[in-house]
Structure formats: C-alpha cells, structure tokens
Design a protein around this ligand. Structure first.
Ligand SMILES: O=C[C@H](O)[C@H](O)[C@H](O)COP(=O)(O)O
Length: 221
C-alpha cells in the first residue's frame, strides 16, 4: 500500500498551476487524486478530466473542478495506474474496467505518467489477464473468436452479474501469457468487430513512477 501512495503522490509534483490534468482510475491513482485535492485547496487552478465514475465521485468530494474531454483541446498531464508494465514500457490496464476512457484520455494527453508499486513491474506481460471491452450485442461471438484462438476468455462478473463498464459494455478477460508479439495482438484485437477497446497500452507512457516501501524511482521513457 505504501508503494502506491508514494508513487501516486510523487507524480503530482509534475503538475503545474493552470494545467489540464487527466485523472486515472484505481487504488494508486487514488493517492494522486487525493494529493491533487490538496493542491486545489492550496489555490492551484487546475481543471481535470476524469476516466471513470469512481474517479469522478472522488474528485468531486475533494472539490476538484472536472471538465469533459470534449471541452478541452488536449490534456497537459495524465496520472494513471497500471496492472502490469514490462521492461519495454508496455502495459496491461483495465483491471478496474476503466480502460476505454483511460485510453481516450491518454491519447489526448501531452504527457502520461503511470504510477505503480514495484509488484507491477514484470519481465513479461501476462500473469494479469488482459481486459477486453466488448459491446453486449453479439458478445458471445467475440468470446468464441477469442476462445478458438487460444486466449481462454472469461466474461468478468461482479456480484454474480455480468460486469458492466461505465459505457454499459461487458469485459472479457483473456490470457496473453503465451504472446510475445504485442503489436500483432493489438492489431488483431483492433480488427475484431464488437471489441470496443482493450487494455494493451504499448509504450504509451512518458514517465513511470514506481513506489516501494520507503522510496520511489522515476523512469523517463
Ligand atoms: O481500470 C483500471 C485501471 O486501468 C487501473 O489504473 C489499473 O487497474 C490499476 O489499478 P490499481 O492501481 O488499483 O492497481
């Protein structure tokens, strides 16, 4: 827990007064958002774009001004978590189901900082299942395609109900531990009708802040 806090809070040091800031989702981004709340209380004038309803709720309680992604030209800096990051700066994201908005916000950002504890840094992606967001219509057919191709798909459930994203889509989690060419996998997933987005974020961060028990390292990538 300490590593997440150290990383989340460290990344906030890169925010300057007047910036437009992308707010990630999850238990590490949580610490960054709390710290941003303190900046706002101290007088910083920043506007933020949220990546999920849970982040919107947190930011609102902290008095952070939120704007729609549609209402900004670009985002100066985004701070977001990740589920796994390999040595080539490729990540799996979406454990919390926010991958679609997170990818849209990251794409619109001039600088992206991933904040993680050291357990998220891996040699190879794939211990964590890759989340794939699919529209409900025909979702079983997308599932079948993933299954036939060996990805051991699992529909995500919460409280015994199919999990629904903020866009009311389903998540299918797949096993990519046998994959070595992520670019090829990305291209293939992007080509499947019914897949809205997936949690492969290939080389899309500018900086990674890795927290451990008592310190954190900043990697510029
Ligand atoms: O959908 C959720 C996001 O991609 C999170 O940033 C990711 O799952 C990491 O979350 P946490 O910091 O809670 O481990």
């Amino acid at each position: 827990m300490k590593g997440k806090q150290l990383a989340g809070e460290k990344a906030v040091e890169y925010i300057e007064d007047g910036m437009i800031v992308g707010l990630g989702t999850g238990s590490t981004a949580y610490y960054a958002i709390k710290k941003i709340g303190e900046l706002v209380k101290s007088g910083f004038k920043i506007k933020c774009v949220s990546t999920s309803t849970s982040t919107t709720e947190l930011a609102t309680t902290l008095g952070i001004e939120l704007v729609s992604l549609n209402d900004v030209e670009s985002i100066d800096i985004t701070i977001d978590g990740a589920d796994e990051i390999d040595k080539n700066n490729n990540a799996i994201k979406g454990g919390g189901g926010a991958l679609l908005f997170e990818k849209l916000v990251a794409t619109a950002s001039k600088k992206v900082i991933w904040v993680v504890d050291s357990s998220k840094m891996v040699t190879k992606l794939g211990d964590f299942l890759l989340p794939i967001e699919v529209i409900p219509f025909g979702a079983k057919h997308v599932y079948n395609t993933l299954e036939i191709n060996g990805y051991q798909p699992k529909f995500r459930y919460t409280n015994e109900m199919l999990y629904k994203t903020d866009s009311n889509n389903y998540i299918i989690d797949v096993n990519i531990s046998n994959v070595s060419n992520y670019l090829q996998l990305q291209e293939w997933l992007d080509s499947i009708t019914g897949i809205v987005e997936h949690g492969l974020f290939l080389g899309s961060a500018d900086m990674i802040v890795v927290g451990s028990e008592d310190s954190c390292d900043t990697l510029f990538v």
